[in-house]
Design a protein around this ligand. Structure first.
Ligand SMILES: *Cc1c(COP(=O)(O)O)cnc(C)c1O
Length: 421
């Protein structure tokens, strides 16, 4: 290819010079221009659920594009958005009756934060503090970086980030500390909301905590009138074994964010679901109480049709069974490492499996990250470690044989790069 003008995301162009070109995607694979293919073991950054280009989703896009493209969504509506909203309310935890559309995970979280603050202002009891969990990730905009972990990713923007209250990550054996801290910071009733990634903290290193902690956090939030925002951008659509991770804690959050798997990972779309109480706080003849938010591409009809096709796939195909089978295969795959001293902290929640490579250096910028990525790519595998954290988060169409190959490559990587104690 001739000189590129593309500035890639999370890419240090001075170090990554050869960027492969993909010409076709299908199922669990990315096909390169040179005719070889790459097994997509991370669902192209956690978005693809069933597999690339599920025929039913592609068909829905084609059919809808024959009659609709983007239309303004303030003051207008369309069938794909109406039908999808109804379907989402039916699938989400009970009590989330209103659907606000946007176009990415980050915007769905921005919307959630603004809904929470708007709610308290409109009911005449302003609250403006946000409580966050240590090691969280909620997006890359200024607002979502503010509620996420601070580090090398946002050091340059730190002066613009707003202040938050942080509760510790509920590591095994230290869960009570997290709950006590939340109780303490919510006592003065200045916290508008607690925002959490339910069960699995993705970008923070695939850190996992048990469902009962989420159940307890919800109880504490209720007692102090603090809203609970569940950022299910990564965990939704079967990733953790259930449609939404909150189900495993038997809770309904006040606000739920969904994006990555919403269209099966084919086209961008996001939704923020809210309770009727939050909607009613904005429902008024007083225009000042309007929810002042919009993205240009809000509720894109073609994207909504793709999401509807995704919902129909969940309804008509044995997706839940596939998710259960993949979850079992992931647990079995990790058992291979029981006596492998190159790795620590084997963990799995639903279809997500992770383990930490023992190395001299840890953290996202550890040299080991790019080395491992290259190691897997040479073997036709897309695995993108978070520092020394190796994880597999594959599309649900992956086969046992393909998964076996991946675990074999991880063992090999351990032998090559691991440092046994
Ligand atoms: C990826 C992610 C986001 C941000 O989504 P984008 O579509 O990349 O803006 C937010 N929250 C969580 C938990 C995520 O994993």
């Amino acid at each position: 290819m001739s000189q590129s003008h593309v500035w890639h995301p999370f890419t240090q162009h001075a170090l990554e010079t050869a960027i492969p070109e993909i010409v076709r995607t299908e199922g669990a694979y990315l096909h390169k221009a040179d005719g070889t293919r790459i097994l997509d073991a991370i669902s192209s950054w956690w978005v693809v659920t069933h597999g690339h280009r599920h025929p039913r989703i592609i068909k829905a896009i084609e059919t809808t594009a024959a009659s609709l493209d983007q239309i303004i969504f303030a003051g207008f509506t369309h069938e794909p958005a109406e039908r999808l909203a109804k379907a989402l309310v039916g699938l989400a935890p009970a009590g989330l009756d209103w659907v606000f559309y946007s176009d990415s995970g980050s915007t769905s979280v921005e919307v959630a934060l603004k809904m929470a603050l708007g709610y308290f202002r409109n009911i005449g009891a302003p609250r403006s503090r946000i409580v966050v969990m240590e090691h969280s990730y909620h997006g890359d905009t200024i607002g979502t970086m503010s509620v996420g972990a601070r580090g090398v990713f946002n050091a340059a923007y730190e002066p613009l980030l707003f202040e938050v209250d942080t509760i510790s990550f509920p590591a095994a054996g230290r869960e009570q500390e997290t709950l006590d801290r939340f109780e303490a910071v919510s006592r003065d009733r200045r916290a508008a909301a607690l925002i959490v990634e339910p069960l699995v903290l993705g970008a923070g290193g695939m850190l996992m905590y048990p469902a009962w902690v989420l159940t307890e956090l919800k109880k504490i939030a209720e007692a102090s009138g603090t809203l609970l925002i569940a950022d299910e951008v990564m965990t939704g659509w079967g990733r953790t074994g259930t449609m939404f991770a909150c189900e495993q804690a038997s809770i309904s959050p006040d606000i739920l964010c969904t994006s990555k798997g919403l269209t099966g990972g084919v086209v961008p779309l996001a939704a923020t679901l809210a309770t009727d109480a939050i909607f009613q706080a904005h429902y008024s003849v007083d225009r000042k109480k309007t929810f002042f938010h919009s993205s240009s591409y809000t509720a894109n009809p073609i994207a909504c049709a793709a999401a509807l096709a995704n919902v129909e796939i969940w309804r008509d195909e044995p997706v839940a069974e596939r998710v259960a089978a993949l979850s079992a295969m992931q647990a079995a795959g990790l058992r291979r490492f029981r006596n492998n001293a190159n790795f620590t902290d084997r963990r799995t929640t639903g279809t997500i499996a992770a383990l930490d490579l023992r190395t001299g250096s840890a953290g996202y910028l550890a040299e080991i990250g790019p080395k491992l990525r290259a190691f897997f790519l040479e073997r036709g595998l897309l695995v993108r470690p978070l520092g020394n954290v190796l994880y597999l988060l594959p599309p649900y169409c992956i086969t046992g044989e393909e998964l076996d190959g991946l675990y074999g490559a991880i063992e090999e990587a351990g032998d090559r790069f691991g440092s046994k104690p």
